[in-house]
Write a protein that binds this ligand. Structure first.
Ligand code: ADP
Ligand code: MG
Length: 304
């Protein structure tokens, strides 16, 4: 007899674990391939295999905070890790991903880029020299794609700083002959579009909020088939989907946190399954302020 037939075979063993071990398992960082994430990764793969040419295509991965942009980038980096070549003594780094500097200052952008290539920082070098160093190093390390995450940080700069920053982006997009990928919010997209040349170069990929679709059913079903609960959950019903959307506004991070919270609750209370009423628990500690506020509003509405 197979125990826990509601779980994928590889995950059944975890349902055997004790309470706190399962709680830790539920809360651990993991990667789940959602429909949009899969499509975004496929797009990135396609761009990585693009033959070098004068104007390389660029991609803007945009969506609200918590929609999974950074997660997708990290997964792509894991799929394309740097390799040290013993023969030449050079590290080959097909994909370089950098963070936006705290301020959109040209010098700091190159500093972050050097940092992403594990090179010594900018030191006292002049900006134009840093630019050359970055370019040389990228060639030497066989970089075939540059990713800049949190591009919306440019909006913290003054108007002038933002213009200069867009020039830097244009330089990177034109001069490096590698696809440039930027990830950020919709505001960043709008800022990027104010530059006609960039608007022409960038294709946009929108990570949309979840809605009541097949994709959401799939996400909930896959969570139901891996979370170490001993009884089958009711994550496949339309009522649960509506509940989840109502409590999370369809933001990925909230969906994950909400399901984790009810799953932990199901383990600790011994309920061992997620049902529609699992989402109404009085002592459910809602993980995100926004969600807590929402459910408060709902309670007020119910009370009045
Ligand atoms: N594909 C995924 N698999 C698992 N967890 C995810 C996934 N996408 C998002 N998450 C969860 O949402 C959180 C926020 O995602 P993140 O990539 O940082 O969002 P963004 O960069 O768009 O603001 C992650 O820390 C993770 O907990
Ligand atoms: Mg991010």
């Amino acid at each position: 007899m197979t125990e826990y037939p509601h779980l994928l075979p590889a995950y059944r063993q975890y349902a055997e674990m004790g309470i706190e071990e399962r709680v830790a398992w539920i809360r651990a960082d993991r990667w789940l391939e959602t429909a949009d994430a899969r499509a975004a990764l496929a797009r990135l793969e396609d761009l990585l295999s693009y033959p070098p040419r004068d104007r390389m295509p660029c991609l803007l991965l945009y969506g609200d905070t918590g929609m999974g942009k950074t997660k997708i980038i990290r997964k792509f980096l894991r799929d394309h890790q740097p390799k040290f070549d013993r023969g030449t003594g050079v590290t080959i780094m097909p994909v370089v991903a950098m963070q936006m500097p705290a301020e959109p200052v040209e010098r700091d952008v190159y500093g972050e880029l050097l940092n992403a290539m594990s090179a010594p920082g900018p030191g006292g070098d002049a900006t134009f020299r840093l630019k050359t160093t970055c370019r040389t190093l990228m060639r030497k390390m066989g970089v075939r794609m540059l990713i800049i995450d949190e591009i919306h940080a440019m909006l913290t700069g003054t108007y002038r700083q933002q213009r200069i920053f867009l020039n830097v982006i244009r330089f990177l997009a034109n001069d490096l002959k590698v696809p440039l990928i930027c990830a950020g919010t919709d505001l960043a997209r709008q800022a990027l579009l104010t530059d006609p040349q960039l608007a022409e170069r960038f294709e946009a990929f929108h990570l949309k909020r979840w809605s009541n679709t097949q994709q959401l059913s799939q996400l909930l079903a896959s969570l139901g088939s891996i979370l170490p609960l001993r009884e089958p959950s009711q994550l496949g019903t339309a009522a649960v989907r509506r509940k989840v959307l109502d409590m999370t506004d369809g933001v990925t991070v909230r969906v994950f946190r909400l399901i984790e919270t009810v799953a932990v609750d199901a383990v600790r209370t011994g309920a061992e399954a997620i049902k529609l009423d699992s989402f109404d628990g009085d002592n459910l500690v809602l993980p995100l302020v926004a969600m807590a506020r929402r459910s408060e509003r709902r309670l007020q509405r119910q009370a009045s």
